[in-house]
Design a protein around this ligand. Structure first.
Ligand code: GDP
Length: 421
């Protein structure tokens, strides 16, 4: 009999967030180096280049050099930085300092399983630190480790560290997030990145590498119903092949499925791992996390954007949704604002029908307002131009996300709170 295709059990997708200049790129450069993600020759080469230019070597050059290779098309994997800890394959899902960083995070293209939140020891918790913490909470990233960087700037003083630790822990606790660890490090000098720093004898917790190694890979709960957002439909010979990634649940050959919102039904004839043919491998069943290509027992016309589910537990065909969102654009989000809403692989025009409470994540204060401004969080009702398959985030965190665009730019995003119609 055919095998079952499973998702990778060692893969953890992380984001590294924090105020600009607090040391995200430096930490990544360090991690790449200390996990063997960059060859010693490459490192020597980069050091020689900086020496020649008469500037001090920066660990962040490692990232820049990867970026340069990428731009020249040398690196095959074009979007992600990878490295290994003893028991995990870590994928860094976005380069920090990237202008599109917040945008990428909220679109859900970057679906993080865990996060490192960085704070400069000499600067302390800043508004941007709090906003990023809030965003992690909003996006449902539950595994968060706080890294207090640049401890060398404060002479590795424990009281400085404890004050920051207390402040950020209190802020995160206010959001219902518990930091798995708060780690004092110097990314530049290497303390407590992979080897315990001798200059923080008062610290007994994990190093950054140990914290990463302790993160749990994403495991879509088996008890969640099947959700397979259709990414593409291919005509191949006389077969119609439906491709996408199983976000939750399982799919087996011979099962009846329904496409939402169209409501069309069919029986699964074959399942192949994706990229499908000719490279695909035929399987009997597929678990959450695995990319799939399926064929059906009958010819039906289905489109990108529909969600494959089982008839007994299908997503809503939603026309009106309540969304909790983070707003990034300069223009205020108000009743009547027109947007494009993207849910999973689908999109529709949307109009803001109502604005509810607004929160300032810098201070966690809530107030009544008629519109949501830049860097604020709020809840709105969106009227959609056509039905879209949607689940409330509380029901299915993997498909209950929405990204909002204005004029082709990501302007905000967040979670589907409820389906109103
Ligand atoms: P990012 O904007 O968060 O990616 O920050 P970078 O990694 O680019 O770092 C910003 C600046 O802080 C650079 O000049 C780094 O050399 C410096 N930096 C980073 N980590 C440390 C550290 O541990 N100690 C000190 N003293 N400086 C650091």
């Amino acid at each position: 009999t055919l095998p079952v295709a499973a998702a990778d059990r060692h893969l953890v997708r992380i984001v590294i967030v924090g105020h600009v200049d607090h040391g995200k790129s430096t930490l990544i450069g360090r991690l790449l180096h200390e996990t063997g993600g960059i060859t010693p020759q490459k490192l020597d080469q980069l050091k020689a280049i900086s020496a020649r230019r008469g500037m001090p070597f920066e660990w962040s050059f490692l990232l820049d050099s990867l970026q340069a290779e990428r731009d020249q098309g040398i690196t095959i994997d074009t979007s992600q930085i990878r490295f290994q800890t003893p028991s995990r394959d870590i994928i860094l899902i976005d380069a920090p300092g990237h202008a599109e960083f917040l945008r990428n995070m909220i679109t859900g293209a970057a679906q993080a399983d865990a996060a490192l939140l960085l704070i400069d020891a000499a600067e302390g918790v800043r508004d941007q630190t709090r906003r990023h913490g809030y965003l992690l909470h909003l996006l449902g990233v539950k595994q968060v480790t706080v890294v207090v960087n640049k401890m060398d700037r404060v002479d590795f003083a424990e009281p400085v560290f404890r004050a920051i630790e207390n402040e950020i822990a209190a802020y995160l606790a206010g959001l219902g997030v518990r930091a798995s660890a708060v780690i004092p490090i110097s990314a530049r000098e290497g303390d407590s990145v992979s080897a315990r720093g001798a200059r923080t004898p008062w610290y007994e917790g994990p190093t950054v590498l140990e914290a990463l190694d302790g993160f749990e890979p994403a495991r879509a709960p088996g008890d969640l119903p099947l959700r397979l957002p259709v990414q593409a439909v291919y005509k191949f010979d006389d077969r119609r092949i439906i491709a996408g990634r199983i976000e939750t649940g399982e799919l087996e050959v011979g099962e009846e499925i329904v496409f939402q919102p169209s409501g069309k039904t069919a029986v699964v004839k074959t399942i192949e791992t994706w990229p499908a043919p000719p490279a695909g491998r035929e399987v009997r069943a597929l678990e959450a996390g695995a990319p799939a290509a399926i064929t059906l027992d009958r010819e039906i016309f289905v489109e990108r954007g529909e969600i494959v589910a089982k008839p007994s537990a299908r997503p809503h065909a939603a026309r009106r949704i309540r969304v909790r969102l983070f707003w990034l654009a300069d223009e205020k989000l108000e009743v009547g604002t027109q947007l494009i809403a993207r849910l999973a692989t689908s999109e529709a025009r949307a109009t803001v029908a109502a604005v509810h409470q607004v929160v300032d994540p810098g201070h966690l204060s809530t107030f009544e307002a008629t519109g949501i401004g830049r860097n604020q969080v709020g809840e709105v009702e969106l009227a959609l131009s056509r039905p879209i398959a949607a689940d409330p985030h509380g029901v299915n965190p993997r498909t209950g996300r929405v990204a909002l665009e204005i004029g082709g730019r990501i302007a905000g995003g967040g979670l589907v709170v409820s389906v109103l119609d």
